[in-house]
Design a protein around this ligand. Sequence first.
Ligand code: 4NP
Length: 151
Amino acid sequence: MVCLGNICRSPLADGVLRHKVRIENLSVEVDSAGTSNYHVGEAPDKRMIQTAKSKGIDISFLRARQFTSNDFLNFDRIYVMDDSNYENVLALAPSESHRSKVAYLLAEIDGRNNSVPDPYFGKQDGFEHVFNLINAATDVIINQLKSNTSS
Ligand code: 4NP
């Protein structure tokens, strides 16, 4: 899961997907990163920790790191939150063949490359909205992963 700072959207997406992977007992590694180095080493934004906590999900242990081209080698799927993440991540693809690993997270819901809005400079309801979008998209991913393991 990739966003700009790795303190708001992608740690929530990481934490929500990890939570669901654990509930479903799937063998899947989930991680997150930011395209920038602005917040490397920091815990998620307090408002996002609180939003996740209100849904029964702990993201407080996550620490921000910067996305690197090695992530293309270590992960099968790379989900981005918005257009600038998409461009920045693709620019680090080690080869043309790796580009197909990158997708917009919200495209899992309806096939459209919509963005998860950045809640950083907004109010609390923006965080709740981000949770709802991420919750819906990760439900789709979990269903795909479950059908992969049963086939
Ligand atoms: P994120 O949100 O990309 O969802 O983690 C942001 C966090 C920090 C900044 C921008 C977006 N920032 O400019 O510091």
